[in-house]
Design a protein around this ligand. Structure first.
Ligand code: FAD
Length: 371
């Protein structure tokens, strides 16, 4: 098929910026480019009929790390690196709220909790010992203690008496978030092409030739926001990490309200529409879950169901309504890669498990790499 004269003229001529990926980072990048370059022609290429990575698949936690997860980070990174990352997540969340409004995100400030299973006595006592250390480190960001001790007020089963509460955490409706960003992008004349997969790109002297499906066009700048699919452009500094989720049927008199973390962030659950959304378990099969293929496995789904039955809702029989997966982008460190790859090619990738928090800021930083 050949494009018509009109199609070429209106869509694919004088393209200033082409963003690859319509997740939170791609959309935020395009919106920031529009702010900075009001007259420019901006295209977003998206391989899925909807965004097809993590941004519409995630759990909708507006969070910046549970205590045990941050303690793990303090072991593996310098204090300053961890503080900087938490600050970026917090700034990103505030930017997201500013860009889309609390109502548009359906943001609920219910707070977050960390639970400790019966066999996690040591982890709990480590967290209790080091809570003031972490609170002190985070005071420069929050001006208050972030983590505090509380007790099991939700009738969870088979867990330790104490939980850790974080009043700064909230929850959003992930679908509303992306829909809001998409609407904003369309309103600002950003052209979003779905089912358009970038196959190859070639750097030329004044720009980049991009090959999409079975056609190609020229763009002055190419910006990758492909996160879990960015292995090839980053020398494998980004690895795909599948994350599986399930959601229950609606539950009468659901007593649970908030965002909840277990086992250093490997498991997470929340209430939504009188249901429980529960995800995690990648640690049960790291190799199998290092993939860009969507899908659910019996091993992980059965473990999630066990957690649901024994810990989260031990007094109720609940049916599972639906299951899905998404693809995250992880690496050796949790710091995202925002950089220029060649003369006219840039990337903002490796968002890890907290890209809802980081995404708006990383999009802004990526767009701001352009002179
Ligand atoms: C199950 C799950 C739960 C999560 N829970 C949370 C949470 O509660 N809170 C939180 O902060 N974070 C969470 N995350 C992480 C968060 O969702 C991600 O970090 C974030 O969405 C990443 O956004 P992104 O825009 O960088 O990538 P994505 O949303 O993955 O966007 C990348 C896009 O690029 C497209 N693409 C890739 N290659 C090409 C190509 N060649 N051509 C065209 N398009 C291409 C993909 O289709 C995709 O739509 C979760 C992730 C998952 C999977």
């Amino acid at each position: 098929m050949s494009f018509s004269y009109w199609e070429l003229k209106n869509w694919f001529t004088n393209v200033d910026f082409t963003v690859v990926g319509s997740g939170i980072v791609g959309l935020s990048t395009a919106l920031q480019l529009r702010e900075r370059f009001p007259e420019s022609k901006i295209i977003i290429l998206e391989k899925g009929i909807l965004p097809e990575g993590a941004s519409t698949k995630n759990a909708g936690f507006a969070c910046f790390g549970s205590l045990s997860e941050l303690l793990e980070d303090f072991k593996n990174q310098t204090d300053q690196e961890v503080i900087d990352l938490v600050q970026k997540r917090w700034m990103g969340l505030n930017l997201l709220r500013k860009n889309l409004s609390v109502a548009a995100l359906d943001f609920k400030p219910f707070g977050g909790y960390e639970l400790f299973l019966e066999n996690e006595t040591e982890l709990l006592s480590d967290c209790m010992d080091k809570m003031s250390f972490v609170n002190e480190r985070l005071k420069s960001i929050f001006n208050k203690n972030v983590f505090q001790l509380t007790t099991n007020q939700f009738r969870f089963g088979n867990i330790q008496k104490y939980m850790i509460y974080n009043p700064f955490e909230g929850q959003i409706d992930t679908g509303k978030m992306v829909n809001g960003l998409l609407k904003k992008a369309i309103k600002k004349s950003i052209l979003i092409l779905n089912s358009a997969e970038l196959k190859r790109h070639t750097e030329l002297s004044k720009g980049v030739e991009v090959e999409v499906n079975d056609f190609s066009f020229f763009t002055k700048k190419l910006l990758f926001a492909t996160n879990g699919f960015a292995g090839a452009i980053t020398n494998n500094q980004v690895k795909p990490a599948r994350a599986q989720v399930l959601i229950t049927e609606p539950i009468d008199f659901l007593p649970i309200k908030g965002t909840f973390h277990i086992d250093k962030g490997y498991y997470y659950f929340r209430n939504i529409d009188n249901r429980i959304l529960l995800g995690g378990g990648r640690n049960l099969d790291f190799d199998g879950e290092t993939t860009t293929e969507f899908g659910e496995t019996e091993l992980i789904q059965k473990h999630l169901e066990k957690l649901l039955k024994e810990v989260i809702l031990p007094e109720k029989e609940v049916a599972i309504a639906h299951r899905w997966s998404g693809i995250m982008g992880l690496g050796e460190t949790k710091t995202p890669i925002v950089k220029q790859l060649s003369n006219n090619v840039y990337c903002g990738v490796r968002l890890g498990g907290m890209g809802v928090a980081l995404g708006s800021l990383i999009g802004q930083e990526l767009a701001d790499l352009i002179n």
